[in-house]
Ligand binder design. Structure first.
Ligand SMILES: NC(=O)c1ccc[n+]([C@@H]2O[C@H](COP(=O)([O-])OP(=O)(O)OC[C@H]3O[C@@H](n4cnc5c(N)ncnc54)[C@H](OP(=O)(O)O)[C@@H]3O)[C@@H](O)[C@H]2O)c1
Length: 305
């Protein structure tokens, strides 16, 4: 029950064929060697019989002694034998070679098919990811919204602060951006006393070790910011001047609060190019007890080229 199992050596059928063939080749070559030896002994014997013992001394063919003719005939057979063994005999025979060649071709074909399958899969994955990327880019760029408040002379801030306080504008900002990603430059982020509630802050900076409160995302380019907001159907670019300038080409919508007054400042909003943007809505808000200046909410959408 606990005895060792007998181990049977498995010899491959092809290996067996090779061994048998090698043995037969050795036999063939041994026979050829014997033939050569016999030829020399036989030749000598014929020579001695003919010339020394004088057997058939008078028999000549084409003026040659008969032993010369006999030796030449024998030599012809020996050459034929040697040719057959050494040159004419292909390794393992033609049919064996053909079989091996077919096997090799079949193996290579399997390898090629496997490689092809892998390649097809890779190409498919590549195309899919390219398609996803394209969809993502078009979806993203069609929903990026710039939200800004600018004066009649396009001023948006001074000394890293807003210049005006317009309660209803702030209300609208809160209402529109609530629950969304808000993308901003480092300076705008630093102008807030603390992060705004219920929004995902994405801060753009070139600083590699920029420290932010928990939950705030730091990126190093506008593209990365957009990428970080890809789960959001409408991310907002909220400023400041540097970021607005870069985002104009990527955004699809502008929500502008035009403050009807001229201000002095150090940061500006780019001119809205009427060739690129179409005004789709405008609401006027007059000045009152809570609003020192009159303003208008203006919505633009980017023209499809
Ligand atoms: N009226 C409005 O609606 C409104 C809205 C927002 C802001 N603001 C005003 O705008 C002013 C701030 O605007 P700002 O133009 O001075 O600054 P900003 O655009 O808020 O931030 C500029 C900073 O962003 C980073 N940055 C910009 N482009 C980048 C890029 N391509 N890659 C990596 N980082 C990049 C740099 O940060 P690092 O220096 O850290 O590298 C740069 O110094 C303030 O006065 C603010 O009150 C007004």
């Amino acid at each position: 029950m606990f005895g060792k199992k007998k181990h049977h050596t498995q010899i491959d059928k092809e290996q067996l064929e090779l061994i048998e063939y090698a043995q037969s080749r050795i036999r063939q070559k041994k026979r050829l060697r014997t033939h050569v030896l016999l030829f020399f002994i036989g030749g000598l014997f014929l020579f001695l019989t003919n010339t020394i013992l004088g057997v058939g001394n008078h028999f000549k063919l084409f003026n040659y002694n008969w032993h010369v003719i006999a030796t030449f005939v024998w030599l012809f057979f020996l050459t034929y034998h040697a040719f057959n063994v050494l040159i004419g005999h292909s390794f393992m025979g033609k049919s064996w070679e053909k079989k091996q060649l077919e096997k090799l071709v079949a193996k290579q074909q399997i390898k090629i098919n496997t490689l092809k399958k892998g390649l097809d899969k890779e190409t498919e994955m590549m195309l899919q990811s390219q398609a996803e990327k394209a969809t993502f880019t078009s979806e993203q760029s069609s929903n990026i919204t710039i939200i800004v408040a600018a004066s009649e002379n396009n001023v948006i801030g001074k000394d890293n602060q807003l210049i005006w306080h317009l309660r209803d504008d702030l209300k609208r900002f809160k209402q529109l951006t609530n629950g969304h990603c808000i993308i901003m430059g480092r300076k705008t982020f630093e102008s807030f006393p603390k992060p705004l509630p219920n929004r995902t802050h994405i801060v753009i900076t070139r600083q590699t070790n920029y420290q932010v409160p928990e939950g705030v995302i730091v990126v190093h380019s506008l593209e990365d910011a957009i990428d970080a907001s890809k789960h959001d159907s409408q991310p907002f670019v909220i400023g400041g001047g540097e970021i607005y300038k870069q985002a104009m080409s990527m955004a699809h919508t502008i929500e502008l609060t035009k403050v009807h007054h001229q201000f002095e400042g150090d940061t500006f909003f780019p001119e809205v190019d009427a060739l690129k943007w179409t005004e789709i809505n405008q609401t006027f808000h007059d000045k009152d007890g809570n609003h020192e200046h009159a303003f208008s909410f203006i919505s633009y959408t980017k023209n499809i080229v």
